[in-house]
Design a protein around this ligand. Structure first.
Ligand SMILES: NC(=O)c1ccc[n+]([C@@H]2O[C@H](COP(=O)([O-])OP(=O)(O)OC[C@H]3O[C@@H](n4cnc5c(N)ncnc54)[C@H](OP(=O)(O)O)[C@@H]3O)[C@@H](O)[C@H]2O)c1
Length: 321
């Protein structure tokens, strides 16, 4: 009888643990599915994003990749857009492209986030008359190709930390007081699937993304009671130049979507979902990745990076040191 009770208790504990793990892992998929299905079941006057958060949105790192297409998608939904990035020519070209496609206002702010704390007074000054409803903390930087920590240059190391950790922190602190005063607003903090576990050969990058996740979850607890929606957006691979170390990733496939498709899905989740990969197929991938224990994920991620490193070195005729 005693042993029978122990077995039953252990079975119940096991069942509970598995159920919680499955729910936790599947949450991103469930949220994505519900954010797509919800509009069909809600009355037609669903509040638009501009009504919900305000007419202006800003996107950091918005001249290429996810940031640029996220900005285009926000403009398609009626937001006036502030583009904040480092290259003035690309900024002007992106603003022009948005202006041609959508009847919204644009503003550009030139800022190199790798510069550290001194850039933010300029951004603050430029934003002072704009009641921002949405801030997309998108800007992000990785190594040129996978490499061990001591192979990353000093300059690159600080650039990655300033861009991936500094920008999300400083920009959030800069816009939150205004949003709180207006009683509404949304922050979208873009991390990465690499926050899921330590990632050898992209050690610094993955660690910065773990910071973004932790920062975002805690920020939400502090500011959602004040009317601010804080979203953690953690994409898996998307075909953009950040992955140009691998032709396979640049070519894309079902699991590596093109950036326009990804951004359309990601913006559809804004205001509806707190934690998401931004793309439903990434949500399913995320579920299977998360089921595996951390040591296994780390080993697979490491091996993947070994292959990407070989591919890069082969294609660029770089000799391994
Ligand atoms: N693509 C993926 O597979 C993937 C997966 C997971 C997470 N993410 C995350 O998604 C975000 C966007 O990545 P992405 O793939 O779209 O990268 P991307 O194509 O390289 O675009 C990055 C954007 O940020 C800008 N930027 C880079 N360094 C900057 C700096 N120091 N100051 C100001 N702007 C700077 C770039 O400007 P230029 O146009 O001048 O280069 C570009 O507009 C990042 O946070 C990244 O970590 C991407």
């Amino acid at each position: 009888m005693f042993f029978f009770t122990i077995v039953v208790v252990l079975a119940l504990v096991g069942f509970l643990a598995l159920t919680l793990l499955a729910v936790d892992s599947l949450w991103s998929v469930l949220e994505m599915v519900s954010s797509y299905l919800m509009p069909y079941f809600l009355p037609s006057e669903v509040e638009t994003l501009t009504k919900k958060f305000g007419p202006w949105a800003a996107v950091t790192g918005s001249t290429d990749g996810i940031g640029k297409h996220y900005a285009l998608e926000l403009a398609r939904r009626g937001f006036n857009v502030v583009l904040i990035s480092r290259n003035p020519d690309k900024l002007r070209a992106t603003a022009e492209e948005i202006g041609k496609l959508h009847s919204v206002k644009t503003k550009i702010i030139v800022a190199d986030f790798s510069g550290g704390s001194q850039i933010y007074s300029h951004i603050e000054e430029e934003l002072k008359d704009i009641p921002l409803g949405v801030l997309v903390n998108n800007v992000g930087l990785n190594y040129d190709y996978p490499m061990p920590v001591c192979e990353v240059s000093d300059t690159k190391t600080w650039e990655i930390i300033n861009v991936n950790v500094g920008a999300v922190t400083a920009m959030s602190r800069l816009v939150l007081p205004g949003m709180v005063a207006r009683g509404r607003g949304a922050l979208v903090n873009v991390s990465s699937g690499s926050e899921l576990q330590p990632l050898p050969l992209m050690t610094i990058y993955a660690a910065t993304k773990a910071y973004v996740r932790s920062f975002t979850y805690a920020l939400r607890a502090e500011y959602s009671p004040l009317g601010i929606h804080v979203q953690h957006l953690a994409p898996l691979f998307v075909s953009t130049k950040i992955n140009s170390f691998s032709q396979r990733l640049m070519d894309g496939n079902l699991l590596v979507p093109d950036v326009a498709t990804f951004s359309r899905h990601a913006v559809a989740s804004l205001g509806r979902v707190s934690n998401t990969t931004g793309y439903w197929l990434h949500g399913i991938q995320y579920f299977f990745i998360k089921i595996a224990p951390e040591w296994l994920r780390m080993r697979i991620g490491h091996q993947l990076n070994v292959e990407f490193r070989k591919e890069y070195m082969r294609n660029n005729k770089v000799k391994s040191s």
